[in-house]
Design a protein around this ligand. Structure first.
Ligand SMILES: [Zn+2]
Length: 352
């Protein structure tokens, strides 16, 4: 059994919002406030880059974060410019201010090509209401008519509001690439499953890993199946790409997007693998009979979920069910009314 709290925190207190705190030579922690379910902050990073600065992740498009960045620029940069903006992935808490920051500083956005594209696709979708193909997905999942009617009527501009207009151009980075920042080389390590091509950055000399959302110390990253790719297997991608971090040194300092910087990356990787293995086993056991995704939420989460959490929970449950399908442990059938039903393969064989 791997303990959940196996990590060690070298900094007892979180950095104050908008007040950069040095965590390693030339590497500064900038904490910004968020108002998301279960997330009240995000960690962003400022790296000294010769005569300028690099920003890694940017925060959501809120007035508060905009003002806090402005304070950082006024009080902290020693008159030096921001020369590059990096984003680990396209989620709005990470990419939300990338447009404003790159225009403000007239600098490039560096990120993986798929993440940039995913952000641009989300931004350029100008549907007023949830499109029919998405409603169909939620029908498959087993949402009630009432829930579907609510979804069909709710506004569909969440992403566009959560980001400043995204940069139309990108300087794309690829897995394995070494990027010179200041005097140091940072290697791009790509993780999948939480988002399409999530960039982490590892500094060999300082032994520092900027892990974004891919590896977090206290919560597990959301691994969801989404309507845009209904046959995907994101959890398998996530588990497979965790191996990309296995070779990093034991004394690596991990800088996550949420929570506190931590040591003991390897026990954390072991915990994440074990956590998902346990959830997969629980779900496999639960699906004795053909089972709707919605019915699995009670064993997956073991508490009442509000409607927003239920949507996230459903996509998380689905990613586990698809992982089990990929491993041949669960089969999926569609009921007469178009709802996906999942059943453990051995039970299914018995019933046939
Ligand atoms: Zn994310």
């Amino acid at each position: 059994m791997v303990a959940e709290n196996a990590v060690q925190y070298p900094f007892e207190d979180a950095a104050e919002p908008g007040k950069p705190q040095e965590v390693a030579p030339g590497i500064y922690w900038v904490r910004m406030p968020l108002e998301l379910t279960g997330l009240d902050h995000i960690n962003l990073w400022l790296l000294r880059d010769g005569d300028g600065w690099c920003i890694v992740d940017t925060g959501m498009n809120t007035d508060r974060i905009h003002d806090l960045w402005q304070e950082v620029f006024d009080n902290f940069l020693d008159g030096r410019p921001v020369t590059r903006v990096f984003c680990t992935h396209f989620h709005p808490d990470h990419m939300g201010q990338a447009g404003w920051l790159t225009r403000h500083w007239n600098c490039e956005l560096w990120m993986t090509h798929r993440e940039w594209l995913q952000g641009r696709v989300a931004e350029l979708d100008h549907s007023d209401k949830m499109p029919e193909w998405q409603l169909q997905f939620f029908r498959n999942v087993g949402c009630s008519q009432t829930a579907l009617a609510d979804m069909a009527e709710s506004s569909y501009d969440y992403f566009r509001k959560a980001v400043t207009p995204l940069p139309p151009q990108v300087h794309s980075v690829r897995a394995g690439q070494e990027i010179r920042i200041g005097g140091d080389d940072w290697q791009v390590i790509v993780g999948r499953g939480h988002s399409p091509e999530h960039m982490c950055l590892f500094n060999h000399k300082a032994r520092v890993l900027i892990s974004g959302d891919q590896i977090l110390p206290r919560i597990t990253p959301h691994i969801g199946l989404h309507a845009s790719e209904p046959a995907a297997n994101p959890l398998q991608l996530y588990l497979d790409t965790l191996a990309n971090f296995d070779h990093l040194p034991n004394d690596t300092l991990v800088l996550p997007a949420h929570g506190l910087p931590f040591y003991r990356l390897h026990p954390r990787l072991a915990f994440l693998r074990q956590h998902h293995a346990e959830r997969l086993a629980t779900l496999e056991e639960f699906c004795v009979e053909p089972t709707r995704v919605l019915s699995t939420l009670k064993v997956m989460f073991q508490r009442e979920l509000n409607p927003f959490e239920a949507l996230l929970g459903m996509s998380e449950s689905l990613s586990h069910l698809h992982c089990l399908m990929g491993q041949g442990r669960v089969v999926r059938e569609t009921s007469d009314d178009g709802v996906w039903l999942f059943q453990a393969s051995d039970r299914h064989a018995d019933a046939a």
